[in-house]
Design a protein around this ligand. Structure first.
Ligand code: ADE
Length: 239
């Protein structure tokens, strides 16, 4: 999967492929990233990428032309068609189902804005989708683009050490994750639940499912309300 990111902080964005799962995905040739700095697509001496907003008010607005040229260069760097995703708090809220769809694309162009925002006409002309990573405001779209790339990278076949771990993630089952434990068995009077040491895989699976259901019910009833629960799940919740 190929990502192109348009950002005035290309070094920062590129750091995502230097460590962790995204780093490994790149090393294994599962993912590539090229960053495009709109400053390189300006024509004035000061390499201006922003200007004062029409109508007045605080902050600066990113100009259309440098961003548009940067997007054009990114598009042209690979013959495969690519959607342009603009990271912004005004966008649709990212969730695991959307990440799954994105990870199925062969390439994506991510646009990370700065300042008060970008000229609306750039969105009309070049942007296919607008995505938010949550209801809070970051000082730019870079971290949001990195979040999106990380979430996609771990779904690419071969990116994770244990092939099963993405399938068992929170949300991939439509529920929050169950608790996890490792050695030692006892810490400060807190014991690993005996069922996990029983070796009875059927009981362990049921316990995990019940924990996931219980946690989702307690912490995110909104998610549970969207699920079609099986008879077995309903029984587990009522036990
Ligand atoms: N840029 C600034 N805040 C953002 C957010 N919450 N999500 C995506 N992009 C952003």
């Amino acid at each position: 999967m190929r990502f192109d990111v348009i950002s005035v902080f290309p070094e920062w964005v590129a750091s995502v492929t230097r460590c962790g799962v995204t780093g490994r995905a790149r090393e294994r040739g599962l993912m590539s990233l090229q960053c495009w700095d709109p400053r390189c697509f300006t024509e004035d001496r000061h390499r201006t990428v922003d200007d004062r907003p029409y109508g007045g008010g605080p902050g600066m607005v990113m100009k259309v032309e440098p961003l548009r040229r940067a997007i054009g260069a990114a598009r042209g760097a690979d013959p495969r068609p690519a959607k342009v995703l603009y990271m912004s708090p005004q966008g649709r809220r990212l969730d695991q189902a959307a990440v799954h769809d994105m990870a199925g694309q062969s390439r994506l162009i991510l646009l990370a804005g700065r300042y008060e925002g970008i000229d609306e006409r750039l969105i009309q002309l070049e942007v296919d989708e607008e995505w938010s990573i949550g209801d809070y405001v970051l000082s730019g779209g870079e971290l949001a683009a990195m979040v999106l790339m990380d979430a996609c990278a771990r779904l690419l076949p071969g990116a994770l050490g244990d092939e099963d771990s993405a399938a068992q993630d929170s949300f991939s089952t439509g529920l929050l994750d169950c608790p996890h434990y490792t050695r030692p068995e006892m810490i400060d009077g807190l014991e690993v639940p005996p069922v996990l040491r029983s070796g009875d895989h059927g009981r362990i699976e049921r316990w995990r499912r019940k924990q996931a259901l219980g946690r989702t019910w307690m912490r995110r009833p909104d998610i549970l309300a969207q699920q079609e629960l099986s008879q077995a799940d309903r029984r587990l919740l009522e036990e």
